[in-house]
Write a new protein. Structure first.
Length: 97
């Protein structure tokens, strides 16, 4: 199990947040496929780097959404989210920065 899944899996508690994360990851997946196609097709450096930047941004946004959902859960229900350690959330947040 990865480190993010160990933080209480807050995304599954918020169906809208889960939908948004999945959409962002699918977008990143499509963008990564475009990068691979571009490299295989000898695309220009500029085109490849622009696509890589888009993939990176989509992944970062998905990660930040996962963490912000966990933080929101901590704020709205501190007793119900006892398994969400603020120090670990901070560490995860900083790992994306």
């Amino acid at each position: 199990m990865d480190e993010a899944a160990q933080v209480g899996d807050p995304v599954t508690h918020d169906a809208e947040a889960k939908r948004k994360v999945v959409n962002r990851l699918k977008r990143a997946q499509g963008q990564l496929a475009a990068v691979i196609t571009a490299v295989e097709g000898d695309a220009s450096c500029r085109d490849v780097v622009q696509q890589l930047a888009a993939v990176s941004k989509a992944l970062d946004r998905a990660g930040f959404l996962v963490i912000s959902t966990a933080l929101r859960e901590c704020l709205t229900d501190p007793e119900g989210s006892a398994d969400l350690d603020p120090d670990e959330l901070e560490k995860l947040f900083l790992s994306l920065a």
